[in-house]
Design a binder for this molecule. Sequence first.
Ligand code: PLP
Length: 397
Amino acid sequence: MKKNQQTKLIHAPRQAPQLINTIQPPLYRASTIIFDNTDALFNRHWTDEYDYSYGTHGTPTTFTLGDNIAQIEGGKYALLAPSGLSAINLVNSCFLSQGDEVWVADNIYGPNMEHLQNLKSRYGISVKVYNPIDASTFQPTEKAKFLWLEAAGSVTLEFPDLVNLVKKAKQLNILTALDNTWGAGLAFNAFDFSNEHLSVDITVHALTKYPSGGGDILMGSIVTRNQKLHHQLFRMHAIQGISISGDDVSQIQRSLSSMQLRYEHQSQSAIKLLNWLKQQKEFVQVLHPSDEASAGHTYWKEVCKEGHSAGLVSVILDPKYTLEDVRKFCDALTLFKLGFSWGGPVSLVMLYNLNEMRSLEHTHLKQGFLVRFCIGLEHSEDLIQDIENAIKTLNKP
Ligand SMILES: Cc1ncc(COP(=O)(O)O)c(C=O)c1O
């Protein structure tokens, strides 16, 4: 058929002469995926896995990153979501139905709790809170469907009693989901974390943090080893129209190769900071799971056998310091920028009032405002110097 120039531009030959090998996998951008013929169209299964049908249901680019994340975390199947929080919400909406009971740790990522409270008021889901370092506070009834875990909690950094919590849930056929963002699949294997080869059912990971590593891209993942669970999640993911940009996926794919090096560097810097922070009289408590004085330290040791930990360390300031003092301290930091999130190149600081964040009574946490330091890729000595300078504002008459 003779074609006009405009048509030729659109239907230019697309087939490359041959495929080549590159360090990074090719990037596919797609809303439409072209079917070879009507047989392929009528035989597609858009709610099944790995069946290309439309951009929202995945491309080789998204499936490749998903497979890599699953492999890093010790799982088998993965789905990607536009943010860590949307991955959490997908899990909640996939498995919770009217009248179910869900158990969440008191130190769970705040917006997860917000989402559950929203489901509670709309669908009559019962949201129960347990103390992650005391498995006896997890007292499920026969309505219990789901147990949310987080290791370690991302603000107060208690490492939960994973072994006993998961054991109890398994005995009672309660599904377990772990927010694996802190461990990133590197600190421990959530699908095989004890001598008895215990495993959670589902992990959720905010790829926004360590996998991205740039502080610029949002994404989340959901990993399982169980095909049936994965299939349920896949279907929910498909019908909700959840989609991520191929460009974002390829950026995260590119950062994955350096993730472990960054994680270890940030972890070591955090430990240097921890040792220094503990000597400062302005802080009544320093929180980091590797520290013997921190709650859940023995559980951390039990599960993170090689001493791994993320680059987060929190301090509780002497209660004599007012909110205004703590704000001045945070404002005086220059290398630590005030902002949410972690795992990027720039160190971040955030302040919290624990009295507004916890529903259970916590004897292991002292009174006072909490400041969380998220360690970036700067030199640890410079970070210490930055905090040392800012401390001076606390002691000004
Ligand atoms: C522990 C934890 N889980 C999940 C999330 C949510 O990730 P995102 O920011 O990608 O929504 C965060 C974000 O700060 C987090 O700290």
